[in-house]
Design a protein around this ligand. Structure first.
Ligand SMILES: [Zn+2]
Length: 449
């Protein structure tokens, strides 16, 4: 009896989160067929896409058949928005008056994509977030602070609702500035918060420099949920955050067009669970398109949100790159694990001087060196026919004495971890841009001349 109760308390949905993979798969196929048929019947965009491929919903009978369904890319979602009904376009599967939520993508390039959701979809959003927050230890007794701008980006909106759904007490830190947010956390003794890795580090910095508050010593935040950037899955960045706040830091991954599809659990297994109850996540070989089931092989993540109705997300090409982990997670969930989180974007992984490089590899190095500030910027340019890569960094004021040693360590580590030589520019402390939502630290100027 007691063991059963303990198990019930460990998971948001004990039945789904411990279901054997083959059962989960059965359920995924069943739901996949349903959402495919829904989109085929109601969305002109999807019907056109499938008809052009000569595909009818009835053609999908098994898990193996799923790959026959054409993928959808972000650029396609942008194009449909020129069509009716305004402003979403013809992938909308419900009457316009059913839409209750407007969001738009916060991508760092291109025109934003608008995303409609019904109230039922919004419930589904918060359900997905409830899985992840519960897995990170959020309970009724928690007082959660949300230091983010509540606006058109989905960001932590669903985190807010999910925390309430679990029964936490939620404090919206919307329009407050960073100092006011820190003081509010102190005043109310909040014990959990959600923010981007950049902002988590920036807040700690502001607390110390401007307010003389050491978050680890003077504040009560003990768990932090990150999103928006890969930092919480990059070990050196995670450790910096955990040390600065004296808190556990957990990662989560999602996207406006997809939903919250992956999360780190309290066991911190060095990777993220995919939510196999609400999504069908497949890894695909970048060159051949073959589905990858075995661990240790990198592939592009293709995602179906199995229950999202207003504007379905079916076989969405996320362009994120990941690989399956070898071992199951000690937390006991049967939801599969991706190793080390998302390791890069198929688009961002670029060749510099003939070497393949992921921006996260540079972050890993910069954040692992003591005496360097958390902010940095990478510029890739062309000098004549040759690629040129510049790394801008800041040295912490109290580490200035070690400048030469820090720079030589940085150069060595960069060469070792990324196989490239860099021009290093040291900028005055506090002069590089600080970001609250999505950091733009990697700038490839070769394409624009
Ligand atoms: Zn786990």
């Amino acid at each position: 009896m007691r063991a059963a109760k303990k198990e019930r308390e460990a998971y948001w949905n004990p039945m789904m989160e411990t279901l054997p993979l083959e059962k989960l798969r059965e359920l995924q196929v069943k739901k996949f067929k349903k959402i495919l048929e829904w989109a085929y019947k109601r969305s002109k965009f999807h019907r056109r896409l499938y008809q052009e491929a000569g595909l009818k919903p009835g053609d999908i009978k098994s898990y193996e058949d799923v790959v026959k369904v054409p993928k959808v890319e972000k650029a396609m979602m942008r194009d449909i928005q020129r069509k009716d009904p305004f402003p979403y376009g013809d992938a909308l599967c419900v009457p316009l008056e059913e839409v209750t939520e407007f969001r738009q993508t916060s991508g760092t390039t291109g025109t934003p994509v608008y995303q409609p959701d019904t109230w039922q979809d919004w419930e589904w959003w918060s359900e997905a977030w409830a899985y992840l927050l519960y897995a990170q230890g959020y309970r009724k007794t928690d007082r959660v602070f949300l230091p983010f701008g509540y606006n058109v980006f989905v960001a932590f909106w669903a985190g807010h609702y999910a925390a309430e759904k679990i029964g936490c007490e939620v404090i919206p830190g919307g329009v407050l500035d960073t100092e006011a947010r820190i003081l509010k956390i102190q005043e109310l003794r909040a014990n959990a918060m959600m923010a981007t890795p950049t902002y988590v580090l920036g807040m700690a910095d502001t607390a110390k420099k401007k307010l003389g508050i050491d978050p680890a010593r003077d504040l009560t935040i003990r768990k932090i949920t990150c999103a928006g950037e890969p930092g919480a899955s990059i070990l050196s960045t995670k450790q910096r955050m955990e040390k600065a706040w004296g808190a556990k830091v957990y990662d989560h991954i999602g996207a406006t067009e997809i939903g919250a599809w992956g999360f780190e659990c309290i066991a911190q297994p060095g990777g993220l669970h995919v939510n196999d109850a609400l999504f069908l996540i497949q890894l695909e070989d970048i060159e051949t398109g073959e589905i990858i089931e075995e661990p240790g092989r990198k592939g592009k993540i293709v995602i179906t949100a199995l229950d999202r109705m207003a504007q379905p997300c079916i076989r969405f090409d996320s362009k994120d790159v990941a690989e399956w982990a070898k071992d199951p997670c000690p937390c006991g969930r049967t939801f599969r694990l991706i190793k080390g989180g998302v390791v890069g974007r198929a688009d961002d992984i670029t060749k510099v001087k003939g070497v393949l490089i992921a921006p996260s590899a540079i972050e890993e190095v910069v954040r692992s060196i003591k005496g360097l500030c958390d902010e940095f910027e990478v510029l890739v340019t062309k000098k004549g026919d040759l690629d040129d890569i510049t790394l801008k960094i800041e040295i912490l004021p109290d580490a200035e004495g070690n400048r030469e040693a820090i720079l030589s360590q940085l150069k060595d580590q960069l060469r070792l971890k990324t196989n490239l030589g860099y021009n290093i520019e040291v900028h005055p402390y506090n002069s590089l841009p600080r970001y609250e939502i999505k950091a733009k630290r990697f700038k490839d100027l070769r394409k624009h001349g």
